[in-house]
Design a protein around this ligand. Structure first.
Ligand SMILES: NC(=O)c1ccc[n+]([C@@H]2O[C@H](COP(=O)([O-])OP(=O)(O)OC[C@H]3O[C@@H](n4cnc5c(N)ncnc54)[C@H](OP(=O)(O)O)[C@@H]3O)[C@@H](O)[C@H]2O)c1
Length: 285
């Protein structure tokens, strides 16, 4: 056998052995009976997470503003749900949402999945202060308030706090001024909180999920004709979030290669802006 043939053969054997020995560190059984509160579950990635959790036998409480959509849409698909499923519709932008939440989590909680977002405008900044204040309320302050209310019960159960963020919360991108600001704020707050929980030896993990463009109806509608990017499938994104939360990892990147994009962004500060802008389509009015 020629040398190249031997190398290929050896590589094949090593790859085969690795595939045989490799064990998926995610154990779906760990989610059976887990008590999960999931926000923004009526559509998109949240809806897909609801299906996965139900399949794994978790006891899920789903929230969104459109309770009827939750009841008819998601409930209709969960047939028969492997775990138990309850639905609550409420508005996270203002009002007594924390009181509401305390009632929801009274039975105990293992996972708090913060996923909802307010309506996102994918456009150039035009100075709308009212909008950015409102979006901060929905995308950031409500996350902080819910996490704060959940911490005591999560701590009792050695639970997990899972925060859904975006690449726009690690790398500033055009057309996302307000959205990007809310997602950077999440990274600042929750990564700092993670340090504090570890230093205080409090048993709550914090997982921050950094997602690229995902093929939800809202995201596709927003970005149509404005980006040269391919969207990844929402069911896979949802599973990556759930697995990251279950394994209590600090950061989840989906697709996985986004972590290298973030490294390159830091390593090449002088060339990066032009490359990034080339993925966005803008023709001046
Ligand atoms: N899709 C992407 O390309 C992408 C990329 C990166 C990161 N992400 C992140 O992934 C998460 C989910 O995104 P998505 O695309 O699945 O969003 P989506 O399809 O727009 O769904 C948003 C969910 O939030 C709920 N919601 C909206 N406003 C609310 C409010 N004020 N109070 C409570 N619930 C509210 C919506 O239901 P109701 O209307 O019934 O309330 C819906 O269930 C977000 O955190 C987003 O930033 C998404």
């Amino acid at each position: 056998m020629k040398a190249i043939g031997k190398v290929l053969c050896a590589t094949g054997i090593v790859a085969g052995l690795l595939a045989f020995l490799w064990k998926d560190p995610f154990n779906p059984e760990s989610l059976s009976g887990a008590r999960v509160l999931l926000t923004g579950a009526s559509a998109g990635i949240g809806e897909q997470m609801a299906y996965h959790y139900a399949r794994f036998g978790a006891e899920i409480v789903l929230t969104a503003r459109r309770e009827a959509v939750l009841q008819k849409g998601v409930a209709g698909q969960l047939s028969p749900p492997a775990g138990t499923c309850e639905f609550f519709g409420y508005w996270l932008g203002n009002g007594p949402f924390v009181d509401c939440f305390v009632c929801l989590s009274a039975g105990g909680l293992d996972y708090l999945l913060l996923n909802h977002i307010g309506v996102t405008r994918f456009q150039m900044w035009a100075g709308d202060m009212e909008y950015i204040r409102w979006l901060m309320q929905v995308n950031f302050f409500s996350y902080v308030a819910l996490a704060t209310a959940a911490l005591p019960t999560l701590e009792k159960n050695k639970g997990s706090l899972v925060v859904v963020s975006s690449l726009a919360g690690k790398i500033p991108t055009p057309f996302t001024t307000s959205y990007s600001a809310t997602k950077f704020a999440l990274d600042g707050f929750f990564s700092s909180l993670r340090h504090e929980l570890i230093m205080q030896k409090r048993n709550v993990s914090v997982t921050l999920c950094i997602l690229g463009l995902i093929d939800t109806d809202a995201a596709l509608e927003n970005t149509r004709g404005k980006v040269h990017l391919t969207a990844s499938p929402a069911p896979e994104a949802a599973l990556a979030i759930i697995q990251g939360g279950a394994m209590q990892v600090q950061e989840v990147f989906y697709p996985w290669w986004l972590q290298y994009v973030c490294c390159l962004w830091v390593l090449f500060p002088s060339d990066r802006n032009q490359v990034l802008q080339s993925y966005f389509n803008y023709s001046s009015p």
